[in-house]
Structures are given as C-alpha cells and as structure tokens.
Design a protein around this ligand. Structure first.
Ligand SMILES: [Zn+2]
Ligand SMILES: [Zn+2]
Length: 83
C-alpha cells in the first residue's frame, strides 16, 4: 500500500518543470494573440477586411487599419468565449 505523507513538499521532476514552463509560454502566447494589438488591454472583438483584429473601443475611431494601414471598408464582430 502506498503511503501519503501530508505536509511534505511536493517536488517537481525536471519533466514536470519543463511541462510547466511550456504551458506558461503557451498561455502567454495565447493571451497575447487574444488581446488587442493597439491597446494591449482589451480582448479582440472586431476584424477588418484586411484581416487584422482589434477591440471595439480601438476599432471605432480608426479610419485606416493601424497595423497595416489599409483603409477600413468593413468591420465584423468576432465571437470568442465569454470573458
Ligand atoms: Zn484595443
Ligand atoms: Zn490591417
């Protein structure tokens, strides 16, 4: 029978540690991808016909896409998971 020792320090193996690092990096990358490129604060909510994504508050005053400079002709809502 295995013994469970309470209060003992949990030790991560190197593999676990590496997995954790990888997950953290992936998480950071995903957060980055989901956040507005202009304000870096809000989640992306809107896509222009050039394919670039911003949040609503950044998209509203824009005439040209601030990422590639294309004139914005149409913008569409995108629907992600609820915040
Ligand atoms: Zn924004
Ligand atoms: Zn663009």
């Amino acid at each position: 029978m295995g013994e469970i020792r309470l209060g003992s320090t949990i030790r991560f193996s190197d593999t676990d540690h590496n997995r954790l690092i990888t997950l953290q990096a992936e998480n950071q990358q995903l957060r980055f991808l989901l956040s507005c490129r202009i304000c870096r604060q809000n989640r992306i909510r809107c896509v222009f016909q050039c394919g670039h994504l911003t949040c609503w508050s950044c998209s509203e005053p824009l005439v040209d896409c601030s990422i590639c400079g294309t004139k914005i002709r149409s913008r569409y809502s995108i629907y992600l998971h609820p915040p």
